[in-house]
Design a protein around this ligand. Sequence first.
Ligand SMILES: NC(=O)C1=CN([C@@H]2O[C@H](COP(=O)(O)OP(=O)(O)OC[C@H]3O[C@@H](n4cnc5c(N)ncnc54)[C@H](O)[C@@H]3O)[C@@H](O)[C@H]2O)C=CC1
Ligand SMILES: O=C(O)C(=O)COP(=O)(O)O
Length: 632
Amino acid sequence: MASSSIKAISPFKASSSPSTQPPSSSKPSLLSFLHTSSSNPISLKLSHSHSHAHNSHSHSFLITNVLKTADSSETSVSKSQNLKPTSSDLTPTILVSEKLGEAGLQVLRGFGNLECAYNLSPEELCAKISTCDALIVRSGTKVTRQVFEAAKGRLKVVGRAGVGIDNVDLQAATEFGCLVVNAPTANTVAAAEHGIALLTAMSRNVAQADASIKAGKWLRNKYVGVSLVGKTLAVMGFGKVGSEVARRAKGLGMNVISHDPYAPADRARAVGVDLVSFEQAIATADFISLHMPLTPATAKVFNDETFAKMKKGVRIINVARGGVIDEDALVRALESGVVAQAALDVFTEEPPPKDSKLVQHENVTLTPHLGASTKEAQEGVAIEIAEAVVGALKGELSATAVNAPMVPPEVLSELSPYVVLAEKLGKLAVQLVAGGNGITSVRVVYKSARDPDDLDTRLLRAMITKGIIEPISASFINLVNADFVAKQKGLRISEERVAVDSSPGFPVDSIQVQIYNVESKFASSVSESGSISIEGKVKYGEPHLTCLGSFGVDVSLEGNLILCRQVDQPGMIGRVGNILGNDNVNVSFMSVGRTVQKKALMAIGVDEEPNKRTLEKIGKVPDIEEFVFLNL
Ligand SMILES: NC(=O)C1=CN([C@@H]2O[C@H](COP(=O)(O)OP(=O)(O)OC[C@H]3O[C@@H](n4cnc5c(N)ncnc54)[C@H](O)[C@@H]3O)[C@@H](O)[C@H]2O)C=CC1
Ligand SMILES: O=C(O)C(=O)COP(=O)(O)O
């Protein structure tokens, strides 16, 4: 089918001199992107449109859906666990489940309802969580899958006031579309200083000597220590804390080596540290200090086998995570003398059992997870996490997001109007699907004058996914879970970038969405390749449909739309207009595009959805070949 010419007739939104300029850039909030489901539910069947509610509110992320799920029988997309959030009260509730610095609490009080409830049992946390929009924890709260399930879609963000997120089930958070943010920098120095405190205290038996003197003893010969100067310290994990420990240990005259498979060698060299293999590190060190995260790869990496490879009399410091050590193996190594001493701030189980052999061992120095516990670090962490959580609740993407791509603010600002366009195109495309084998294959083509490296399409892809899936399932989609949900539903989205000769000042010239292997309820939307194909642009900051199948069109993607393909002859607009007028349906705009084959495509914007009878009358107008009602 040949491309048609386009002519906009009265009062067509933003049509007088089309331009692809985005709007004047305001700070992007992307509220609807991170936190809301679509506020305009649609039906795949004309007769089954659902009522919907808009709870207008200053925090738009709380504009949650009370819509029913559209019938998904026409596609293979099934219901998932990412249930759309239900409506809640208007001010966000932030639950803080562990002690947080006052400065951070103040930030939170200024934004929402703050509830501090410490020492909650897992059951109590689950009982409370469905009334909370955000949860702030430290290392003592286990944010399990049960917590996300119990949240019933309301929990939008989990803030970890610290670094380690091993107490948060990230997979579950992602599946439930819950953003996880942490505060990765404010406690680095505190943890490093604590590592050095344990190193020096252990080597001079400070804790044991202190206990003995308090018990009335004076044991000068028993507590002879070892010197640090000239000894080799292996820093396992050369990240933020590890590198600060290394710097300080150098100052104590130690020879510092490090093992970190992911750290750049030049960063280590700049501190005077050689990066070595794991085997080399543990075999040459007099002291080993642990600073890696607890992951499946690092769990129990210090075990019988690795202790056996260490120098006899090695001393171990752990301010990272207890789980990186097999604690039973450490007891055996202490008993055999392979490990002379250990200084531990962290434990597999916290608090450790009172009768634990490790805890009771006289060569072990212990602190109750105090690495981050300085006044300065706690104030810093509290502010860092409070700001990250508030930002996330406002719909901004966080720089410390753990389970979502980090998108710099300037990129967000630029992409905002295209993000809206992407969702509208997804939403429109799915409404054109009449049946087939389900939606499994979607192709997205971005036409852009930009170098591919300068165009981050993750947001756009996520929004297309949201537009396609949300109207036809119970899923709630955001940047966090878009790829996961798409995969879960068997929806494959392939992306292609086509270079066009337009202004590289704008990130995208147009976005095309094609759905393959489905039947269309509006044949004109099917391209020569057999796919449902639509294309849109941003014009004056608003999303516009510019191509449908092989028809060129120019339609503002907003509100309710009737598309008709008809014989191109006089009187057609009047006939349809009369039907709508007589049935009290207000027309907001009308636009007609012509084809070379005496066909025309008429787009009619209407204020509300016409009833079934009105739509049937339109369908019966002679020479209207097909029509479809779309809700955008
Ligand atoms: N005891 C406490 O109160 C505190 C504990 N921590 C813990 O300290 C650890 C380090 O924290 P940061 O330095 O801030 O994190 P980071 O992410 O800056 O550094 C971790 C480093 O470990 C490296 N790494 C990953 N896998 C490794 C492996 N298999 N072997 C060796 N290195 C590996 C990474 O490449 C990275 O450089 C974390 O586990 C954190 O939870 C942090 C702050 C306070
Ligand atoms: O930041 C970290 O990883 C820590 O381990 C600090 O834990 P905390 O916040 O003191 O419970």
